[in-house]
Design a binder for this molecule. Structure first.
Ligand code: AHM
Ligand code: MG
Length: 338
């Protein structure tokens, strides 16, 4: 049975799909393909750990805080170790930026042409309660010549420089969704075969939607334009859906149409989410799927990072919905100016 869009047989494994895509680039060396496979493999292992967590006693807090002062869960630590090991052993990567590590991990790998930014396990408040969580990754090309230590220009690259990005969702099924800048494709994990299979081909976000995802409990300290936009959503009888796991909230909104917002607040004056390993990857995915991601004023992918763990306000979803949210910010600014 042939799929009419890409001529791919139903039942395409992630490995085969990556290989076919590599053939689109005659000069590709296969390193990026291998890197995507390494991430998928680590994702399978982390998925296994998550599924067994309650049984083998790895749920709960680890007893230390990560660089952002957040308590690390045991699974956070396990996922961090698994991804770093996979990327180190794979041999294609020279440096890793991880949510769980204060500094860049320079792998001292002169052959590694890629830099990976990763949130190994996102959705910490949901890790221990059997609710969907995810991994988010961005892949960049090294800018400086190989051989020496990695430099700031390798690490602090704009999202527009990403060569690939995506996420793994550990939900009712595990999924891997990624883009290399030629559309977005999603793969669902078949546990008995131990393979990801192409299940969501050429994903596109609906042009608009009627879901809004925001932590409404913090609304007292949101900027007023955000509350005005939430009121607009309520006036339209939109549905509120908020899991508190960015990957899960984003994935749902990608499939059915909805906006996710994490604005500034008193508690999070720059927003909570991190540009390098949370926002950029999803911004690349959403743009490739026809949507939009901004900080309220500016395209996320155009922001020049200045720090590894930099936070930004985040508005992501169908273009029409993000435009509408931004229009409330513009109206508020205009009212102040008048
Ligand atoms: P984490 O990286 O510590 O897991 O934090 C990121 C998570 C996102 O997955 C989620 O969207 C957000 O934090 C939820 O934050 P809050 O509980 O403030 O709504
Ligand atoms: Mg995170």
């Amino acid at each position: 049975m042939q799929n009419s869009q890409l001529g791919l047989p139903i039942g395409t494994t992630l490995d085969r799909f990556i290989k076919r895509k590599q053939e689109d680039f005659p000069f590709a060396t296969g390193e990026l393909s291998q890197l995507l496979r390494d991430i998928a493999l680590a994702g399978k292992i982390v998925n296994r750990e998550i599924n067994r967590a309650g049984l083998i006693g790895v749920s709960g807090a680890f007893g230390v805080q990560n660089v952002q002062g957040e308590e690390q869960q045991k699974l956070d630590v396990i996922a961090n170790i698994r991804f770093i090991r996979a990327l180190r052993n794979g041999g294609e990567v020279c440096a890793i930026i991880s949510e769980e590590e204060e500094d860049v991990i320079d792998l001292s790998n002169p052959k590694g042409r890629y830099v990976v930014a990763i949130d190994p396990l996102d959705g910490s408040s949901n890790i221990d309660v059997n609710v969907s969580i995810g991994t988010i990754f961005s892949i960049y090309r090294r800018k400086s010549p190989g051989g020496g230590p990695v430099s700031e220009e390798d690490v602090l690259q704009k999202g527009t420089e990403q060569v690939a990005a995506g996420y793994l969702l550990y939900g009712s099924s595990a999924m891997m969704v990624y883009t290399t800048g030629r559309g977005v494709n999603g793969f669902t994990y078949e546990t008995t075969l131990g393979e990801f299979f192409l299940s969501h081909q050429n994903m596109t976000i609906p042009k608009t939607g009627n879901i809004y995802s925001i932590n409404d409990g913090a609304c007292r300290s949101f900027p007023s334009f955000v509350n005005d936009y939430i009121d607009y959503c309520k006036d339209q009888s939109y549905s509120a859906r908020y899991i508190g796991s960015l990957v899960a909230d984003f994935h749902r909104n990608l499939l059915v149409g909805g906006i996710y917002i994490y604005p500034t607040s008193n508690k999070a004056p720059n927003g909570k989410l991190r540009l390098l390993y949370e926002c950029n990857a999803l911004a690349f995915v959403v743009e490739q799927a026809g949507g939009k991601a901004t900080n309220g004023d500016m395209r996320i992918l155009d922001i020049q990072p200045t720090e590894l763990h930099q936070r930004v306000p985040f508005f992501i979803g169908p273009k029409a919905m993000v435009d509408k949210a931004e229009s409330y910010k513009k109206m508020a600014a205009k009212a102040v100016a008048e």
